[in-house]
Design a protein around this ligand. Structure first.
Ligand SMILES: [Zn+2]
Length: 449
């Protein structure tokens, strides 16, 4: 009797223990999912064009974007002329027009000064969402967003826009002290530098096989030009891969409530390869073997950007809202809506129709977003985080994309302004060791003289 009771007691205890272990394990997994996954994952893709996205989705070529559009709300994100990426991304980050945030393009004074300098984050005269969310007590991580050099002190981490260019030049991180010191200014907290250095992908690390996915032929034509276009692809791709690896590592190691990152390669590939895609409208003829090889690069880059989004979506938890946005669309010549003129080079290839896609809990499924502007991204972000929108912001909350249940539970609020008096000093550009290279790249894209 006693021994039977003991056996039963042991069995019960074992059963309870098993249940406890299973429950705890379940809870932990549940808890770690919601604790490590961001509440909002904001992915900015330079130059992502609404028309091309819609067309390629119809052809079944962008599965990740298609999935987000099906599950969520989406539409054209209207850009603001003159479609200068640094100004527009700053409008996206502040909800304010250029006149208020004072980032007037790639260069201080739009390059009118005799000694043009790339714009730096301290020149921004409006608070960005990473500052407003930090003040609100939220944790966040920002990787690669434009005009974030030097990195700003936020409640989380920030990897500056220039860091992949800076990283590229550092072979031996123990050697170049001065450059390392500058690089530390590109990262907050600066102590992350060594970890991030290990993640860099150099364009020279990429083999011809890595580049093949962008090309229409299995081999490169035997032309110097072909080699140099191949190296262009390697540069854009390596820079995006670096951002992606960093974002991946940072999301794993430093969970934050908001993650924002920016990818540049698509815009650069559009600038470089448009004439290969539509050679008929270009006056200078391109050798047919170059066309065979390089005509698909832009659409292939769209495909690669889609799979990069797929990689990032692995970090999505059940509570994550994903937002994809772009600063402008892209056109090459007359015939594109919102574009006039014959041929376009450099900055004039940008057109109005960018992309906004939102998907996740609290976001309407199969919703259409109409009349959205780049100025609406920050007000919408603030609403998703239950923070008030500044009445001095020029955008609006994209309520048509948000469930009424969410809006009922989190009514929109506003404050007069998120600006602070102490922010008004310090608007001299801060140089980096890669200023010359930044200028050279802008010249090669036809952005500056
Ligand atoms: Zn561009």
């Amino acid at each position: 009797m006693t021994s039977r009771r003991l056996t039963i007691t042991v069995l019960v205890l074992v059963a309870v223990a098993v249940v406890l272990v299973l429950t705890t394990a379940g809870c932990e997994r549940q808890a770690s999912d919601t604790e490590t996954a961001p509440r909002v994952l904001l992915i900015g893709i330079d130059g992502l064009d609404w028309g091309r996205v819609a067309g390629m989705i119809d052809e079944g070529r962008l599965p990740n974007l298609a999935g987000l559009i099906d599950e969520g709300s989406s539409g054209i994100l209207h850009s603001v002329y003159p479609y200068l990426s640094p100004s527009i991304w700053t409008s996206i980050a502040t909800g304010k027009v250029e006149e208020k945030h004072a980032i007037h393009g790639f260069l201080v004074d739009r390059g009118l000064t005799s000694n043009p300098t790339p714009t730096s984050s301290d020149m921004r005269e409006a608070r960005a969402f990473w500052q407003i969310l930090s003040d609100g007590g939220y944790t966040l991580g920002v990787t690669g967003c434009l005009v974030t050099w030097p990195a700003e002190i936020v409640n989380g981490y920030m990897v500056s826009s220039r860091i992949s260019t800076l990283l590229r030049d550092v072979g031996d991180p123990t050697g170049k002290d001065a450059q390392l010191e500058k690089m530390r200014r590109g990262i907050h907290p600066a102590g992350m530098l060594d970890d991030l250095l290990a993640l860099k992908v150099m364009h020279t690390d990429l083999t011809d096989d890595d580049i093949l996915r962008f090309l229409g032929t299995d081999t490169l034509p035997d032309l110097d030009k072909a080699r140099s276009r191949r190296d262009d692809i390697a540069r854009f791709y390596a820079s995006d891969l670096t951002s992606l690896r960093m974002a991946d590592h940072l999301m794993e190691s430093i969970p934050t409530e908001l993650v924002a990152l920016y990818l540049r390669g698509l815009d650069l590939s559009c600038h470089t390869f448009w004439k290969h895609m539509e050679p008929d409208v270009w006056p200078d003829s391109i050798p047919p073997e170059m066309l065979d090889t390089f005509s698909p690069v832009i659409e292939r880059y769209y495909g690669v950007a889609d799979s990069m989004i797929g990689e990032l979506l692995k970090h999505r938890g059940p509570e994550t809202v994903v937002i994809i946005c772009s600063d402008h669309g892209f056109a090459g010549h007359r015939g594109y809506p919102g574009f006039d003129g014959e041929l376009a080079v450099g900055i004039s290839m940008h057109r109005e129709d960018g992309v906004i896609i939102m998907s996740g809990p609290g976001i309407r499924t199969n919703g259409r977003i109409e009349g959205a502007s780049i100025l609406d991204v920050t007000p919408t972000l603030l609403a998703l985080f239950d923070l008030p929108v500044g009445s001095d912001m020029d955008g609006r909350v994209l309520t048509e994309a948000i469930d009424t249940d969410f809006l009922d539970a989190h009514p929109l609020t506003s404050v007069e302004s998120h600006e602070r008096r102490e922010d008004e000093d310090g608007n001299e550009p801060i140089s980096s060791t890669v200023d010359d290279e930044v200028l050279e790249r802008l010249r090669s894209l036809g952005y500056i003289e």
